[in-house]
Design a protein around this ligand. Sequence first.
Ligand code: PEP
Length: 253
Amino acid sequence: MKKLIAGNWKMNGSLASNEALLKAVQAGLGAAVCEVAVCVPAVYLAQVQGLLAAHALLGSGSQVSLGAQDVSAQEQGAFTGEMSAAMLREFGVRYALVGHSERRQYCGETDAGVAAKAKAALAQGITPIVCVGESLTEREAGLTADVVKRQLAAVVHECGHCITEIVVAYEPVWAIGTGKTATPEQAQEVHALLRAQLHAATTHERRVKILYGGSMNAANAAQLLAQPDIDGGLIGGASLKAQDFLTIIAAAH
Ligand code: PEP
């Protein structure tokens, strides 16, 4: 299975800086052996779609897939500020983050709500990247397994036989944007647990990519990506620096 390296630009960028960043990534990409995606702020989906399409016409090097950072669980209607999966699809979106810890924390997203978003994405052929992860307090209380299993269970329950179509991202909250990365062993332990949980739902659990996210960078990516159950990375800060992002991509083989 090809690994997936997905950048999460979060609420960063501008028309000018997005173009410069994407061009630098595309120029350095060559024939990447892994899949690459960028999850961009919604207002820039059209711009990035255009830039990716223009690059695809050149036909050289690997292509970068487009991702959104959220998606509505609703199909359409009176939901001010929301974007449906069908709308995202019109802009060539291939992946949508759901349940990122920042949204769980600041926007009150619940396990059930995240699961509904994953289902809505799948219904439009968009692959949800389901983020799960424990806080520092939860880890210190020995609750890591309970928390991530509860978060994933909601999605397994909602998505049923489509569960092999999702991507999971294990992102310990204490490691996101903090510079504190989980050790490869800590990450692998949780990834193995998530894999076992998927196995209980499908015999094709190996088809589900489980990404690690949380201060993955150019220096630590290779060791994390070498773990047997780490199938890629969800990269925040380091995805905003073309050279660092490219180094992580090169480590994903
Ligand atoms: C993220 O936002 O998903 C993330 C992993 O951020 P960072 O790499 O900056 O910790």
